[in-house]
Design a protein around this ligand. Sequence first.
Ligand code: HEM
Ligand SMILES: *[C@@H]1O[C@H](CO)[C@@H](O)[C@H](O)[C@H]1NC(C)=O
Ligand SMILES: *[C@@H]1O[C@H](CO)[C@@H](O)[C@H](O)[C@H]1NC(C)=O
Length: 331
Amino acid sequence: MEKAQFFVFSAVLFLVLAPNLATAQLRQNYYANTCPNVESIVSSTVSQKLKSSFAAAAGTLRMFFHDCFVRGCDASVLLSAANGDDEHSAGADVTLSADALDLINKIKAAIDSNSQCTNKVSCADILAMAARDVVSLTGGPSYPVELGRLDGKVSTRAIVKYSLPSPAFNLDQLNSLFFANGLSQTDMISLSGAHTIGVTHCDKFIRRIYTFKQAPRTKAVWNPPMNLWFLRQLRKTCPINFSKSAVTMLDNQTPFKFDNAYYQNLQGLKGILASDQILFSDKRSRATVNWFASNQTAFFESFVSAMTKLGRIGVKTGSDGEIRRVCTSVN
Ligand code: HEM
Ligand SMILES: *[C@@H]1O[C@H](CO)[C@@H](O)[C@H](O)[C@H]1NC(C)=O
Ligand SMILES: *[C@@H]1O[C@H](CO)[C@@H](O)[C@H](O)[C@H]1NC(C)=O
């Protein structure tokens, strides 16, 4: 192909592909004309909710992550199917927070009760704004959020377990899943800093605090080191016959504050999940952990940039999407 021809070909290809480049659709102040007060409606509903249920903060942040990694940021995580074939009935999503879902429904109701805004704001955007607001309301950075996502029409159980990271993942497994979503190792490390708030159930790390007999010829379960005093504390919260509802805070130092203590915990070998502690144990990611542990501003800046990239994953446009009337079901 001649150079000029190639240029025309590339330009045409770009025009054909451009509508599929989701990022081109998102922008700040997307609802400036259709629902100008949307951000203040969202933030006041969020702060109201956090007064009665602080747990909704962590729950909402996690829900946004799980939405974006499974079929893109399209609120598919909110859909409920009568036959149970939906994301929140599967894998890691079964422990998504009921308080977070309640918060999203409350925001949707508050927006739609404003006659100018009725049925104009997508549930996917509501989740993105709410996730932004819980971060700043718990002490983290505040940042402008890109909007303009449509709500997806599909939610299935099967895809969940292939789409979300396991707490037993090592650095290579974490990186390859995040790379597949367009996120770098630094993005992955700063997003893991979301574990500065919220809880985990005992089953997610029980293998780290007891030695289980291995079946013959199976490889020992991989386990990064843990502070011994801390391990003994965790055994009190999670005895070997732990109850299914028992939880511990992911950041034991400042569990209710969005800060960089998560990274300091990792330096002290007090990361709860194996996937947390490995970020310090593996030499390839340790320098970034040390940097975020010593400089909260650097962590916050990196977190904002990674959240923005996270929010662009798999955004729906055109007939693939809609503005849902009810966040838990397709129109
Ligand atoms: C890097 C890979 C990640 C893994 C393996 C992972 C795994 C987990 C696990 C196992 C839990 C506990 C769930 C339970 O017991 O109910 C959890 C909780 C949580 N995760 Fe992650 N996560 C990861 C990344 C992220 C990201 C990127 C975010 C958000 C940006 C996030 C936000 C949260 C929050 C806020 C909680 C607490 C939820 C609550 O208290 O309701 N996680 N995560
Ligand atoms: C676990 O076992 C101990 C001792 O047998 C018992 O006292 C405790 O109530 C049990 N805990 C749970 C959560 O079943
Ligand atoms: C912390 O990080 C910020 C943002 O990257 C940078 O501007 C600042 O110089 C850093 N502070 C120190 C003490 O290194």
